[in-house]
Design a binder for this molecule. Structure first.
Ligand SMILES: *[C@@H]1O[C@H](CO)[C@@H](O)[C@H](O)[C@H]1NC(C)=O
Ligand SMILES: *[C@@H]1O[C@H](CO)[C@@H](O)[C@H](O)[C@H]1NC(C)=O
Length: 265
């Protein structure tokens, strides 16, 4: 039966035999992007052959709490969270005050019992747009010249996923082939393979998407120090001196019999 209908020739012949089209269902907007608290329209249009009052059902097929589909509209009534904030216009749902819970996939099913093709369906996805929140940033305040430095910027809430811009002293850092850094606008990672003193400055990051105003994290002043060789040598000398003193002290104590006297008791 299925390959009969998919064959174009047979379809053309059928169209000539059948006086009008059997139930056909379509949507004018398969993807609905909507901000929270705004209204959404889930369009579902249908044409039937004979049946004037086909059965209309709406299910939420993905984005439900359980793995099975949820009824949205069944036996002429809206169900659960859709009660009282949705109304039906033909087979199209007008939904008020959309929440993040409404995001997911929906299916409009129209069944016309007396038609030759009895069931038609259309899928509609609701994407609830969420503006970015303040991103969390990982920026070191002190690093040594020559070090590998990675700065991170994260904003997990935005829908669609936020993209990131890094700023140094309030100037946006742009990718460039002679830059000392690389930027990934999708992961929010700013990476220096070898920082130089010229990279010293105030850094911050901004997360943005099309759902609302961009948000920035607080800037951090990054201080880049040279590796201080004299200080390191001085440090090593002090540590050696302390070790030498300890060893000397232990030998002195041993020679004067402190340990053996303790052990004797
Ligand atoms: C709707 O989506 C289901 C899977 O969730 C798929 O099996 C079906 O073919 C789709 N229907 C249409 C008309 O695209
Ligand atoms: C990159 O090169 C341009 C000129 O080719 C120069 O003006 C700019 O300062 C360079 N940037 C860096 C970070 O070295």
């Amino acid at each position: 039966m299925e390959h009969l209908f998919t064959s174009p020739l047979v379809f053309v012949i059928l169209l000539q035999i059948v006086p009008s089209v059997p139930v056909s269902v379509f949507t004018t907007a398969p993807i609905v992007e909507v901000r929270e608290n705004k209204d959404a329209e889930l369009s579902c249009e249908f044409k039937t052959e004979r049946d004037e009052h086909p059965r209309i059902e709406w299910k939420k097929t993905r984005g439900t709490r359980s793995s099975s589909p949820d009824f949205v509209y069944f036996e002429g009534e809206f169900r659960k969270s859709f009660k009282g904030r949705a109304h039906m216009d033909g087979a199209t749902i007008k939904l008020k005050r959309v929440t993040q819970e409404d995001a997911g996939e929906y299916r409009c099913e129209v069944s016309a019992a007396t038609d030759t093709v009895q069931l038609g369906e259309a899928n509609i996805t609701i994407i609830v747009l969420v503006p970015p929140q303040t991103p969390s940033c990982e920026i070191p305040s002190r690093v040594l010249t020559g070090a590998v430095v990675e700065m991170h910027c994260r904003e997990p809430h935005g829908v669609p996923a936020a993209t990131y811009t890094w700023y140094k002293d309030n100037k946006a850092l742009r990718p460039s082939f002679n830059a000392t850094y690389t930027i990934n606008p999708h992961t929010g990672v700013l990476m220096f393979t070898s920082v130089t003193k010229a990279d010293t400055g105030q850094y911050h990051c901004e997360a943005r998407n099309k759902a609302g105003p961009p948000k920035s994290c607080e800037g951090v002043h990054v201080k880049i120090d040279d590796l201080n060789v004299p200080a390191i040598i001085a440090g090593v000398v002090v540590v050696c001196l302390v070790i030498a003193l300890c060893v000397f002290g232990a030998c002195y104590a041993h020679r004067h019999g402190f340990f053996s006297r303790h052990r004797g008791r």
